[in-house]
Design a protein. Structure first.
Length: 147
């Protein structure tokens, strides 16, 4: 294992085949809109998803949340609250995901290499994954109304 608590990819690929992985995700709200990122990697490749990722050894859940949002979007989380904890089973892996509803202090998103694009949605994308829909419903977020 590297000093920063990050497991090298070859070892990580073996681990995900035999046990659930603890991770965090951020439902980011800005001006009533939700931020989604289009994933480049599995699981959920090419789908709109929340920023997030695995929790590193020695890192608290909250530290992982702040780090993942910063790494993937360049945004700094200013407020957050726990939504729920979910068991998410994909064909290639099983994640235990801790989801937070978050606010950030700026709008300018700077994607890292894990995502191809981002968008703030005032209504949910039609092809939203059921795992994300459940977390959004649990968060209490409601679409913006025109007017």
């Amino acid at each position: 294992m590297k000093e920063d608590g990050f497991i090298p990819d070859p070892l990580y690929d073996k681990i995900v085949k035999c046990m659930p992985i603890p991770s965090v995700e951020a439902i980011i709200v800005k001006d009533g809109k939700l931020l989604f990122l289009r994933r480049k990697n599995s699981p959920a490749r090419r789908q709109w998803w929340f920023p997030g990722g695995r929790i590193r050894r020695g890192e608290s859940v909250e530290e992982a949340l702040l780090r993942e949002v910063k790494e993937e979007t360049g945004l700094t989380v200013t407020k957050y609250r726990l939504v729920n904890v979910y068991s998410r089973i994909f064909p290639e892996r099983h994640d235990i995901t801790i989801v937070y509803l978050c606010e950030c202090d700026q709008e300018e998103v700077m994607l890292n290499s894990e995502h191809s694009e981002f968008k703030f949605f005032k209504e949910l994308p039609e092809d939203i994954h059921p795992y994300l829909l459940k977390a959004i419903q649990d968060s209490g977020w409601k679409p913006l109304k025109d007017g």
